[in-house]
Design a protein around this ligand. Sequence first.
Ligand code: PRP
Length: 205
Amino acid sequence: MIKIALPKGRIADETLEIFRKIFALDFQFEDRKLILDEGNFQFLMVRNQDIPTYVTEGAADIGIVGLDVLEEHKVDVVRLLDMRIGQCKVCVGIREQDVLDYTRPELKIATKMPNIARNYFSQKAIALKIIKLYGSIELAPLVGLADAIVDVVETGTTMKQNGLKVAETIMQSSAYLIANKNSFITKKAEILSLYHKIKTQINQK
Ligand code: PRP
């Protein structure tokens, strides 16, 4: 049995579509159901940011998670494959009328990715105050909570609709297939077989 942690939200639909094609199954998660059993596989519906925890702890053998989340949490897992879905970038955003002012004594950055933000700005030797938020990050500079944000940009709509612009791009991200280190030893054949199926499926797109 292979336990697979799938991310709720944006990446979930594309991931499930890949698995449906691979297994020629029309499986569907019921509305609020979190576990789905399909033959030798058990799919777990997990919040994106929690996938590294499930996979590192071995509660899931493999998982699918954004590179941004992997970088933020410095996760000790096997990175198997860039699935080329869920493509986005992590950016520094500011109000349209502003410039990113590195001469300020301190820059206030609102983000749900404090490690990525800290790493990025520490290379620029600038004093930073991180305002940790859990969502609606774009609101922070609009109400004076922060000078800038570090956040995920996919279509750019959220920034645009809120009068923000990208000042700098920190990294590109997409969804990765990852495996628990121990599972990758004990269930290597099954995991590699799945890896090859996913890879073939992705290359057909
Ligand atoms: C993410 C991110 C941005 C938005 C970017 O938020 O934090 O707010 O998506 O997408 P866009 O460029 O396509 O507009 P999410 O929808 O995950 O919600 P959140 O407010 O809970 O972070």
